[in-house]
Each structure stands twice: as structure tokens, then as C-alpha cells.
Design a protein around this ligand. Sequence first.
Ligand SMILES: NC(=O)c1ccc[n+]([C@@H]2O[C@H](COP(=O)([O-])OP(=O)(O)OC[C@H]3O[C@@H](n4cnc5c(N)ncnc54)[C@H](O)[C@@H]3O)[C@@H](O)[C@H]2O)c1
Ligand SMILES: [Zn+2]
Length: 377
Amino acid sequence: MSENVQFAQQPAMTVTRIDVNLGPRSYPIFVGDQILPKAGELITSSMDVTHAVVITDSNVGPLYLETCQQALENEGIRVSSVTLPAGETTKSLRYAEELWNAMVDFRADRKTVVVALGGGVIGDLAGFIAATYARGLRLIQIPTSLLAQVDSSVGGKVGINLEKAKNMVGAFHQPSLVVIDVGTLRSLPPREYISGLAEVVKYGVILDAQFFQFLEENVTGIRNLDAQTLTTIIARCCRLKADVVEADEREETGYRAILNYGHTFAHAFETLTGYTSLLHGEAVAIGMTCAARLAASRNMFSREECERQTNLLKTLGLPTEAPPLSPNDVLACMQRDKKVQHGRLRLILPKRLGEVALVADVDPSEITAVLAPLPKN
Ligand SMILES: NC(=O)c1ccc[n+]([C@@H]2O[C@H](COP(=O)([O-])OP(=O)(O)OC[C@H]3O[C@@H](n4cnc5c(N)ncnc54)[C@H](O)[C@@H]3O)[C@@H](O)[C@H]2O)c1
Ligand SMILES: [Zn+2]
């Protein structure tokens, strides 16, 4: 359940609160428009903080670091900050080491809080620092990209890339608090915003048909970054992700795998295109389309609902056709994916909007069939 918290001052500001219930690792997520200036109050109302190290990147820092720093200092928190180059290559051992050393210079101690102000790259890297420095510090996520707001800031997976393997070194380290200011999305490059919408649609398909319908009915609000629409959508995604994480925090029961809907295809597209031409969400949108078509061809998902998914993705500006790659290369890449067991492909496939199943006996010919472009009509 989410609840609304009304601030006393004028103008009225509504903050939606979502609680992630993980016993001693439980934490609140606050979602609202223009709530970054209130981050200090939100933090001190639920935890005791005297020193914060804010980690951000070269795109987000110039836009939001000062507001964030002021918000924390207003509550009497000593603030240190580091601004790193923007981009995936920053999520590396080199920058982790720079940050560990900076923590020493900042006289960080066990009571210091690490604040991740940025997209998923900063969230994962700063989270990794929080998980490791001094054997673990508290982490506050202030995600500023749509992908980070609906996905990476919630759930506790933190880590860095190796040159040979993405996300290979990391930890489960839940944040102590998440502050989501949906207003920050207005400065996000439009392509990044649209890409993040693929994960939003994903939640509807895997878990919540009503939410899927809400998305269909609110395309204009989504496109215009309407504050209320964004708050509703992002809070719902966080609740849905929290439900999955609460049921399978450390990916032990297999349930958390439903979040990988569309991702086995997507990872192959990303790998084979060298992570250059497609953003992650774009690859996921195509992957979801392939997975839905595959499910429809097995008669486990209706053609009509498959069309609804494709139409929603397209209306939101996402791609749905596979890039010009050899279907056999895509298949070979998918077979190397870590989710494959004994050479057999296991895919999350939709049964109906709002429900998916893990299918363990997918035949390679079913994969190559859905990779062929659809005939134009
Ligand atoms: N931990 C998890 O559970 C999890 C889940 C999904 C993805 N991820 C990771 O997240 C990363 C991708 O995250 P991302 O898509 O946010 O990438 P990102 O952090 O690189 O952000 C995308 C771009 O947008 C910029 N940006 C972010 N917020 C902005 C804002 N408000 N205004 C202007 N520019 C802004 C960034 O500087 C960057 O250039 C990957 O490394 C991926 O592995 C982690
Ligand atoms: Zn994803």
C-alpha cells in the first residue's frame, strides 16, 4: 500500500510513500514532484545523519547537486561530494578505488551515509561503495533517470562492471531510503526517458493488467511528463518491484526472474550491437515484443493482447522490430546467457496481461522464427 504525506507548508506538496518490507532491512521510498529540496527533511524524519557523501555525475551534478547539498545542509548534515564522468564506463573498479580513497579524505566513518544522486550508473557504483567501504555504510538513493527511478534504485543490487562482463562484481545492499523527485525527469534526454518507459510497460505485463490499461489510457500525460501521471506511475512501479523483492530478496527462489521479461532477447541485441546503437530500454522493448510473439505462436498468449503490448510500446515511441542481426547469431548469444541451463532456453513468457510464466522448453526454432521481420501489411 502507498500513503500520501502532506507537507504542512505552502504551497502544498504531496509525497507518496511506499514501504519496502524486508524486516530489519525495510525502507521507505518517497515519490513526488519537486521534492529534492525536501530531501533533507525526508531523510532526517526517518534516520539520524550527520555526514553525507553525495556521489553524482557530470550531467546530473551541475543540475541538482547544489539543491541536494542545500537540502541536506539545512538539516545540519555535513556534506562532501564527488562528481564523476557520466557514462557506463564509470561503473568500474578504477572509479570505485577513487571513491574509496575520497571517502578516507572526507573522514567518512561508520555513521557516514552515501547518497547516490544520478542514474543507474551512479546508483550501482555509489551503492557498491556503500556496500564495501568500512564493511558497509548506509545508502540513500536519489535516482534521476526513469530507469533508476522504477528499477535500479529499488531492490538492493549494487555493483560494477568488469571489462569482460557487465555487473559481474557486486553485492546485495538495500538502501536505507529512496527519494524520487519526478521533476528531475524533465531534464533527462527524451530518448533516455522513452527508453525507461519500456521497464514501466514491463511491470504492467508481468504483474498488473490494470496498470497496463492505465498506461494505455494516459499516453498523453506520459508523453507530456505530467507530474501527477508520473508520480502515480513511478510509485506503482516501485510498489510492484518491491513486492517482487520482498518475495525473493536475493534471487534465491527464482521468482525475481520475472523482472527479466524481455531481457534474454535484449541482452543478445545489446551484446551483438556492441551496446552502441540501442539503449537498454529500447532493447527490452524489442525483447518483450519477441517474447510476446513467441508466446502467441505457442497459443499461451492471445494475439490480441500481444498486439496491445506492441501498440503501447510503439505509441510511447519505443522500437519493436529486431535490429538487422542474423537470427542464428542472436540465438547463439541467448544460449550463452547465464539464465540458460544445460543448453535449454528458459524464458519468461506472458500468459495474459498481468501474468507471466517461466517456460523451460523453448525450442531454438521458436526463437529464430520471432526474429524475422513481420511482413508489412
Ligand atoms: N541495480 C539494479 O537493479 C539495476 C537495474 C537495472 C539497471 N541497472 C544499471 O543501471 C545502469 C543504467 O542506468 P541509466 O539508464 O539511468 O544510465 P545512466 O546512469 O548512465 O543515465 C543515463 C544518462 O542520463 C543522464 N542523466 C541521468 N539523470 C538525468 C537527469 N535528471 N537530467 C539529465 N541527465 C540525466 C546521465 O548522466 C547519463 O548520461 C546500467 O549500468 C545498468 O546495469 C541496475
Ligand atoms: Zn532492464
